[in-house]
Design a protein around this ligand. Sequence first.
Ligand code: PA5
Length: 360
Amino acid sequence: MVVLQRPVDLDDVQAIEALDSMGMFGTTRDLPEQCSRALDTAADVPLPAGGTFQNIVVTGLGGSAIGGDLLRVYAFTCLDIPVTVNRGYTLPRFAGPRTLVLAVSFSGNTEETLGAYNEARRRGAAIVAVTSGGQLAAQARRDGVPLITVPGGIAPRSAIGYLFLPLLMLLDRLGLVNGIEAEAAEAVRILRELRIRYDLEAPLTENPAKQMAMNLQGRIPVIWGASTTTEAVAQRWKGQINENAKAPAYWNVLPELNHNEIVGFQAPTDNLHRIWLVFLRDPDDHPQVQKRFAVTREIVGKVVAGVSEVEASGKGLLARMFSLIYLGDYVSLYLACRYGINPGPVEVIDRLKSTLAKGE
Ligand code: PA5
């Protein structure tokens, strides 16, 4: 892994490209186009047999699970059945023949997801597998399970379009949601507009993503969203900062955090001075939640290093979610550069997986 341990000038494109051995900036730049392509990947997959589903379980881990969280939040306002995100080896007790299980693993080799897939088979659930290959693809083909194949060769977390939008398209084809193509088209348009503002060529003085990374450097980012709108996006920001910048970050949502976490902003002040709060704002947040953001800022704003508020762009929920995701993705990459760290490799995860695979 390339570790310079000295900050890279965020306007030095050459130095950033030299650090970024896996081309994370390139795949981030490509996100709008990835989202367009992603819609097609679910177009021809055979629909799972099983008729009327009582619930949906998305099973996956890390970069392959966050698409499930986005789906769960999206579904909150428009789906008649519950969506649960499952991160583990088994499945919740309710999962059975009337459950649609979406088994998502970018590599296709994540042992927890393979375990949950096998459990879904045993329970007689309807399954769709989403992967770029590996054992999951092989097993799905062998079992005659519908398979959405996504392109490989990038980091799982860079494949957010491929790992989220096909799930939505599938639900659209099953008649469970509608209008996804039009919503996705808006998201792609907004992402293309934001790319001009966030990408490497936009200088620090005009680039909100670079400016946010400068604010977060040397600080502990705490990302606060709101349940039913920006909840999964806050979680995505946290994960991207962890994996790209190799730095700690935390997330939570309003109104819940008003009932516990906010009390923890009183002592010790030395620690609190290291925190930078990022509020993810969505115009569709409940009016009381909008007020809560303002009051919360008044209460904690003075004890932390700083507070940034960022507003979602777009009309539809998909565009709004992706607009905030895009900012967080770029911020995490620029933060990696400020730490002199190659954003791509996640050696700790790889080491853990191989140690467990060897049974040590
Ligand atoms: O971002 C990552 O590399 C991880 O969070 C992976 O997504 C996670 O370990 C699961 O692997 P996979 O996505 O291949 O199932």
